[in-house]
Design a protein around this ligand. Structure first.
Ligand code: BMA
Length: 378
């Protein structure tokens, strides 16, 4: 689809108005980021520059290995597997927006969006940060995010595509959620949005072999322009490929542009081969740090982990040691979720896990930041 025109701001605004009824505000004026959003980015820059990094955990406060805080039981309010081990919440917490775009009240993992909103505000109020991923269903086939059966999916939601208007309505729901992230004092809570992730692999419908470079870039641009058109002043943006790129050219092959990206990340997981992971994690850290330096962005490990963490020394011996050895500025490392309903599908720590002591040691390292450390960071 080379040469296909990117959607204009005016078209987006017109479509957004047509789909209105939500809480975000259509605007044609350039959106200025709120002071809090600018501060969040500056804090990430400062953390990375100081040689520290935030510990991050997906879904940390909504459920844990043995509990589900999504059933409305007040007994689970404030719980966190991380806090139960080390006494503090992660510096950055991740949540996933998948199915918000469909108007569902819960995401693909059963997390109610009302609960997610409250937890995003609570994380902000305790001084921590939030990042949001989006495992969204396939808008053409109706399958899930992993349904890459139709290589026309991305084209179908771009301007001119058969699903474009429907997709605009889906983005509207996401924009309304962003607009609803407000404290009791009226502060718009800033969040780091990380859409269209792991696109250098081919397991999502927006992946490498499923759409063209031009389509992928247009997808990003359309998403960004739409959120701008809704007047959102609380968004930072993360570009997060997988571990596939080995060179800066490969890393930036589908990069949508410096003007719409703040954080450069990558996702990689440990499998059976520890040595491979250690080498590859370090290689990716160095690559993303180079990329960030060259483009004036913040680097991060946007997702990692070792499913089940079957290694009692993993936190200091593998993760912490590799980050220390790379000695490159990164703002955070985020490990994936501790699913309460999938035995063995956990990446964080929890009381009683074999790596509990080691996590405690890791958490006590001055460079590893939790929510109260982030609150104090300048
Ligand atoms: C995956 C797994 C899935 C989950 C998805 C979105 O990596 O954890 O179980 O549905 O992320 O959170």
């Amino acid at each position: 689809m080379k040469g296909k025109k990117i959607i204009s701001l005016m078209t987006v605004v017109a479509l957004a108005l047509a789909a209105c009824g939500g809480k975000s505000t259509p605007t044609t004026a350039p959106v200025e980021r709120s002071a809090e959003t600018v501060q969040m980015l500056q804090k990430m820059q400062a953390i990375a520059a100081s040689g520290s990094y935030m510990f991050g955990h997906q879904d940390d406060v909504v459920y844990g290995h043995t509990w589900n805080g999504c059933i409305g039981d007040p007994a689970f309010e404030g719980r966190s597997d991380t806090k139960e081990v080390c006494g503090d919440y992660p510096g950055i917490i991740g949540f996933d927006l998948g199915r918000l775009e469909l108007g569902h009240d819960k995401n693909l993992d059963g997390v109610p969006f009302d609960k997610m909103r409250r937890e995003i505000v609570a994380q902000y109020e305790r001084g921590g940060m939030t990042t949001l991923s989006w495992h969204l269903d396939n808008p053409l086939t109706g399958g899930d995010a992993w349904d890459y059966s139709n290589t026309g999916t991305v084209a179908s939601i771009l301007p001119g595509g058969e699903k474009h208007e429907e997709f605009i309505a889906r983005m509207e729901r996401v924009a309304n959620f962003f607009a609803s992230l407000v404290t009791a004092e009226g502060v718009h809570v800033p969040v780091l949005f990380r859409p269209w992730h792991e696109h250098t692999g081919s397991w999502f419908w927006w992946g490498q072999d499923i759409c063209t470079t031009e389509q992928y870039k247009a997808l990003w641009r359309m998403t960004y322009d739409f959120m701008q058109s809704r007047g959102l002043d609380n968004l930072l943006w993360a570009y997060g490929p997988g571990a596939e790129p080995h060179t800066l050219d490969q890393y930036f092959e589908r990069y949508p542009g410096d003007d719409i990206v703040d954080v450069l990340g990558f996702d990689t997981y440990q499998g059976n081969d520890r040595d491979f992971y250690v080498q590859d994690l370090e290689r990716c850290i160095l690559l993303v740090a180079d990329a960030a330096k060259a483009h004036g962005k913040v680097a991060a490990i946007t997702e990692t982990g070792y499913e089940g963490t079957p290694d009692a020394q993993w936190w200091t011996g593998t993760l912490g040691a590799t980050i220390a050895h790379a000695a490159a500025p990164i703002a955070y490392v985020l490990v994936w979720r501790n699913a309460w309903d999938k035995p063995g599908h956990h990446y964080g720590v929890y009381p009683g896990h074999e790596s509990e002591q080691d996590f405690l040691t890791f958490s006590e390292r001055p460079e590893v930041l939790f929510a109260s450390d982030v609150k104090k960071a300048k």
